[in-house]
Design a binder for this molecule. Structure first.
Ligand code: UT7
Length: 325
C-alpha cells in the first residue's frame, strides 16, 4: 500500500569564514594540537564573526538548500530549526529565518535537543509531513557554540565550533516498502537523569544569564557508544536492514573515537563513514547536515543511497534516522 514519505529534495550548509586552528588555541589555553587530535580527531573549527548570529548561519544554509533543491522559498510551509544557541530567548530563531526568506505562510519553530537537535527536528518534521500537516519543510541545524564556551576551560573550549546545515523535504507518495525514497524510520530517546553531565550553567528562569557550557567529558564518552548503537539497532530492527546495507553513515561529529567505536561495534566499514569532525569540531545540531552536505557536494552521496544518521548529546538525548537519499 502506498505511503507518504518525507523525501529530501536538497541540502545546503554554511560555515563562518574564520577558522581557529588547534595551534592558535594552544596559544591561549594550556593544550596542544597533539592532545586535541589524539583525543578527539579535531584539527580546526569555524567561529562566527562578532555580530554574526545563529539565524544568519541558518539563513545562509537554508538558501543554499533551497537552491540545491531547485525550489522557491514561497513553497515552504514548515521550518523546524534545531538549536541550543538561539539569537534570543524568544522569538524562535526559526521565525527570523522565515522572515529572512520572505515566507509568511505555514509554521516555524525551534527544537532544543542539543547535539541531537537535527535528528529531533527531522523527526518532528517527518511526522508533520507524513500526517499531511505540512507539504514542504525546511529542517535546519544551526549553532554558535563559541558564544557559550568558557574560553579558559581547556576541557571544553577545544571541542566545539559554529556552523549550520539545512535540508528541504517534501511529502511524496511512495510504494510503501523499505526500498522507498525518503525517511524510512526515526527513533528518539532521552534520559534526564544524565542532565547534569552536559549542561549550560545559566538560563532564563534560574540565573537570568546565558551561562557557559560544562561537561563531564569522560561520563558522556562512557555512555555515548552504547546509546548510539542501541538506537541504531532499533532502526535496523524496524526496517530489516543491516549494517551491510548502509551506503553512508553520517553520525553526529563530536569525537572521532566515538564515531570509530560506534561504527566498529555495528560492523559499518570505515570507508562508509562521513567524517568532518577534523575540520568542523563539534557543531552540535549543525554537525550532521554539515557533514552530509560535504558528502553530497563531493558526490559521495548519490540519489538512492541508504543513509544512516545518529546523534547523542546533552540531556542525555539521542536518536537515529534511516533514509534513502
Ligand atoms: O556532542 C556530544 C557531547 N560531547 C561528547 O561526545 C564528548 C564526549 N567526551 C569526549 O569526547 C572526551 O571525554 C574528551 C575529548 C572531552 C576528553 O577525552 P578523555 O580521553 O576522556 O580525557 P580526560 O577528560 O580523561 O582527560 C585526560 C587528561 C586530564 O589530565 P589528567 O587528569 O590525566 O592529568 C585532563 O586534565 O587530559 C587533560 N586534558 C587536556 N590536556 C590538554 C583535558 N583537556 C585537555 C586539553 N589539552 N584540551
Amino acid at each position: 500500500m502506498s505511503q507518504l514519505r518525507s523525501v529530501v529534495l536538497g541540502c545546503g550548509s554554511y560555515l563562518p569564514a574564520r577558522i581557529l586552528s588547534n595551534d592558535e588555541l594552544a596559544r591561549s589555553v594550556e593544550t596542544t594540537d597533539e592532545w586535541i587530535v589524539q583525543r578527539t580527531g579535531i584539527r580546526e573549527r569555524h567561529i562566527a564573526a562578532p555580530g554574526e548570529l545563529t539565524s544568519d548561519l541558518a539563513l545562509a544554509a537554508a538558501k543554499a538548500a533551497l537552491a540545491n533543491a531547485h525550489v522557491d522559498a514561497s513553497s515552504i510551509d514548515l521550518i523546524v530549526l534545531g538549536t541550543s544557541t538561539p539569537d534570543q530567548t524568544f522569538p524562535a530563531t526559526a521565525v527570523t529565518v522565515q522572515a529572512g526568506l520572505g515566507i509568511t505562510q505555514g509554521a516555524a519553530f525551534d527544537v532544543q535537543a542539543v547535539c541531537s537537535g537535527f535528528v529531533y527536528a527531522l523527526t518532528v518534521a517527518d511526522s508533520m509531513l507524513r500526517t499531511g500537516t505540512a507539504k514542504r519543510a525546511l529542517v535546519i541545524g544551526a549553532e554558535t557554540f563559541s558564544r557559550i564556551l568558557d574560553w579558559n576551560d581547556r576541557t571544553t573550549c577545544v571541542l566545539f565550533g559554529d556552523g549550520a546545515g539545512a535540508w528541504v523535504l517534501e511529502a511524496q507518495e511512495q510504494p510503501g516498502t523499505s526500498a522507498d525514497r525518503g525517511i524510512l524510520t526515526t527513533h528518539l530517546r532521552s534520559d534526564g537523569r544524565h542532565r547534569s553531565k552536559l549542561y549550560v550553567d545559566g538560563g532564563v528562569s534560574s540565573t537570568q544569564t546565558t551561562g557557559h557550557l560544562r561537561m563531564e567529558g569522560k561520563e558522556v564518552f562512557k555512555h555515548a557508544v552504547a546509546m548510539i548503537t542501541d538506537v541504531i539497532t532499533d532502526a535496523f530492527n524496524a526496517t530489516g536492514y543491516t549494517a551491510a546495507d548502509i551506503d553512508w553513515f553520517v553520525p553526529h561529529q563530536a569525537n572521532k573515537r566515538i564515531i570509530d567505536g560506534s561504527a566498529h561495534k555495528l560492523g559499518i566499514a570505515p570507508d562508509k563513514v562521513v567524517m568532518t569532525v577534523d575540520r568542523h569540531g563539534n557543531t552540535s545540531a549543525a554537525s550532521i547536515p554539515l557533514a552530509l552536505a560535504d558528502a553530497v557536494a563531493d558526490r559521495r552521496i548519490k540519489r538512492g543511497n541508504l543513509i544512516l544518521l545518529e546523534a547523542m548529546g546533552g540531556g542525555f538525548t539521542w536518536g537515529s534516522v534511516l533514509l534513502r537519499w
